[in-house]
Write a protein that binds this ligand. Structure first.
Ligand code: NI
Length: 256
């Protein structure tokens, strides 16, 4: 039984077969999926999916890619959306200095505002950090007193820096990158971060695990992430699945 802690099933790449795909997931051992919002529209769609399927939960938030399009009034709108029963986190929020789709100062401002919002709402956060580890850490540290836990989604930093995020009470989520043939840092992280601090995810439709790279990812493939972490740590995949599921339920306040 698996908890895919980060999916985008609202993505248009699922338009053709979304319902059939989602219906088939419990039969593949997928017990829970968190569908992450990335802008106002996908946040609303995530809630809709969570209302439709019992095993799907939602987060609401604005991704750094979309920070420049975010309006001040969206903060209030996110607070209202977060009242929906199955919204369990604010995210994904953070910094992306790889694509720089929004100016960096705007990214930092919207990230900080959404951290404060999550604190006010008493919700954990889902953090996107791409090539912005230093600034992400600085902003999180500056908001340490408001943080109610959270997860570094699709974590790509070093094992040393993972320790800095753990010190802030955050979990580390690993996805398809840990299965890649050239994976170095994710493998180190999978080896040394305590299992009690790890989550697994797909980030589907992106980040498809080996050996399916190049095709569309979906929550059913989270099994390959668990199997690879188990191999790295010398554990049973079932144990990795069980512990990461319990970790995600605890973080998101979902009773088992
Ligand atoms: Ni994502």
């Amino acid at each position: 039984m698996f908890f895919d802690s980060h999916a985008h099933l609202d993505d248009k790449r699922f338009d053709e077969d979304r319902h059939e795909l989602i219906k088939g997931l419990p039969g593949m051992g997928i017990s829970y999926v968190l569908n992450a919002g990335a802008d106002m529209e996908s946040s609303r769609k995530s809630i809709k999916l969570a209302e439709t399927y019992s095993f799907i939960y939602a987060s609401v938030g604005v991704h750094p890619h979309d920070a420049a399009n975010m309006k001040d009034s969206d903060l209030k709108a996110l607070a209202e959306l977060s009242r929906a029963e199955k919204v369990v986190a604010i995210g994904e929020i953070g910094l992306d200095y790889h694509y720089d789709f929004s100016p960096r100062d705007v990214q930092r401002e919207r990230f900080a505002q959404q951290l404060v919002l999550a604190g006010d709402l008493g919700l954990p956060v889902i953090i996107h950090d791409r090539e912005a580890h230093g600034d992400t850490l600085d902003i999180l540290r500056a908001h340490r007193t408001v943080l109610k836990g959270g997860v570094m989604h699709c974590y790509s930093g070093s094992r040393e820096m993972a320790g800095d995020f753990l010190d802030l009470g955050l979990k580390i989520a690993l996805g398809g990158a840990v299965t890649f043939k050239n994976a170095a840092r994710p493998v180190e992280v999978a080896k040394y971060v305590p299992l009690e601090e790890l989550l697994i995810e797909t980030d589907c439709p992106y980040m498809t695990p080996h050996p399916f790279r190049g095709s569309r990812n979906d929550p059913g493939l989270v099994r390959l992430v668990a199997e690879r972490i188990a191999e790295i740590r010398g554990l049973d995949a079932a144990e990795v699945a069980r512990v990461t599921l319990e970790n995600a339920c605890a973080l998101f306040g979902i009773s088992l």
